[in-house]
Design a protein around this ligand. Structure first.
Ligand SMILES: Cc1cc2nc3c(=O)[nH]c(=O)nc-3n(C[C@H](O)[C@H](O)[C@H](O)COP(=O)(O)OP(=O)(O)OC[C@H]3O[C@@H](n4cnc5c(N)ncnc54)[C@H](O)[C@@H]3O)c2cc1C
Length: 429
């Protein structure tokens, strides 16, 4: 089949690579001048990423996709055992080994928490395990963890929740959170490991994908309209296809599918968003005690994590401070200054840090709330969606995007002939 992929983020790349591997003819339309979507280096400034990204060992499909494109994850990612050190405190750290044993040893050995807090977390985790990490779809993370000791919520649950779901615990889906915990903490040695980029983000996937896809790419071409059948109308003319995968943002997918599948489009249109602000600070000669440091957010402390880019193979003296679930700070408008003040208060510096760059992604991820209805991958015969927002077990993550891309490619290629884009079900225009 000849398939159009609309959007060249990680979902679109995964879709295109899977389709090419299955023997299909593929054209990728990407409106930006480069691939990568939200997970890319900043255009014209490849030494800055469009926000600090973290992968974890459980991102099986993302790591496989990198390898497929000739990228060795060990060369581009720094693998560290899961640890949440705070300034001046070693924090929770998991020793290597079988997941259950490592988690139990890590929690019991966390001297920063009183014994009752450690036992409280182990008892709660045991309960989640017994229930298969499933819970009512309407439950929030705050409600799920209400009975946990204060220290556990403050130092583990709340930072993990906002980092993984980009949604504060009171508004975040407990079901999705439990799924992330299950895959990270309890599914094979190394799945909880943090994988921190030690190369610019575009070197992880977008750059190698551009080289791999070559002439199949139409960069700088926004798809304006779809005509059932399928004809794709772009900035520079129109072209006929057997099937289309919308791997663009949910907002654009809703627009393009509005007349074709109004109910699907309304569900996609209904998603809310959460911002992320990344504040890059510079301080010559300074270093953090570890490449990644957790911070306690508060009324005057926006950032939950800080990254030492010099320790990760990037520019020495540059630090990325991440503010997830950043809506209140975007509204206040002084996030950069507040992060600088927080950094000065909480960390030691060789020279006074200054603000290098503040990147605000207002629609960084969908808001991962309890009971959220997410649109499915199938839109109409021959028309599929791929993207981190498509219905699935994961929050908006690279892995969610890649898995959605692979699933859409399988759908197109006829896993279900009744709904696939085979020429008989949807003749070429
Ligand atoms: C600041 C920040 C930090 C993050 N941190 C992490 C993290 O640590 N770990 C993690 O796993 N995830 C993280 N994420 C989330 C992750 O980046 C996303 O889940 C993932 O990149 C989504 O990929 P996607 O392909 O679904 O969508 P996108 O990356 O949004 O790709 C959609 C693409 O479609 C293109 N497009 C849109 N409309 C059209 C059109 N009409 N025609 C042609 N092209 C079109 C866009 O230009 C874009 O390239 C973070 C996101 C942000 C913003």
């Amino acid at each position: 089949m000849k398939v159009a992929v609309v959007g060249g983020g990680w979902a679109g790349i995964a879709t295109a690579v899977s389709l090419v591997d299955a023997g299909h003819e593929v054209v990728v339309f990407e409106m930006a001048p480069q691939l990568g979507g939200r997970a890319r280096s900043v255009a014209g400034r490849p030494d800055y990423d469009n926000g600090q990204h973290i992968l974890i060992g459980a991102y099986r499909d993302s790591l496989a996709l990198m390898r497929r494109l000739g990228v060795d994850p060990d060369l581009v990612l720094q693998r560290l055992p899961l640890a949440l050190p705070y300034p001046g405190e070693p924090g929770l750290r998991l020793p290597p080994g079988a997941p259950l044993v490592a988690f139990t040893r890590g929690v019991l050995g966390h001297a920063g928490w009183p014994l009752r807090a450690r036992l409280g977390l182990l008892a709660a985790a045991g309960g989640w395990l017994l229930r298969g990490f499933r819970c009512d779809a309407g439950l929030s993370v705050a409600a799920l963890c209400a009975a946990l000791p204060h220290e556990v919520k403050r130092d583990l649950i709340e930072p993990l929740c906002v980092a993984a779901l980009n949604t504060p615990a009171p508004q975040a889906s407990a079901r999705v959170f439990l799924r992330v915990l299950k895959d990270a903490l309890f599914s094979g040695a190394g799945s909880a490991d943090l994988l921190l980029p030690k190369r610019p983000l575009s070197d992880l996937l977008a750059g190698p994908a551009a080289a791999w896809l070559g002439p199949r790419l139409r960069l700088g071409q926004r798809v304006q309209r779809l005509e059932p059948g399928w004809r794709v109308h772009g900035d520079k003319g129109s072209e006929a296809f057997d099937a289309v995968v919308l791997a663009c943002t949910s907002v654009e997918a809703a627009r393009l599918a509005a007349d074709i599948a109004p109910a699907w489009s309304a569900t996609a249109q209904g998603l809310g968003f959460e911002p992320i602000v990344t504040v890059y600070l510079h301080s010559t000669g300074s270093a953090l005690p570890s490449p990644m440091l957790a911070l306690r957010e508060g009324p005057d402390a926006p950032a939950q994590f800080a990254f030492d880019q010099g320790a990760l193979g990037g520019a020495p003296g540059r630090f990325a401070f991440v503010v997830s679930g950043a809506a209140p700070w975007v509204a206040r408008g002084d996030c950069g200054e507040a992060v600088l003040a927080q950094a000065l208060r909480e960390l030691r510096w060789a020279t006074p840090p200054v603000i290098d760059k503040v990147l605000t992604e207002k629609r960084a991820t969908f808001a991962c709330t309890p009971g959220l209805r997410r649109p499915p991958a199938f839109i109409a015969p021959g028309l599929w969606a791929a993207g981190d927002y498509v219905d699935g077990p994961y929050p908006a993550t690279l892995e969610g995007a890649v898995r959605a891309g692979r699933a859409a490619a399988q759908g197109v290629a006829g896993a279900n002939p009744a709904t696939s884009g085979s020429p008989t079900s949807s003749p070429r225009a």
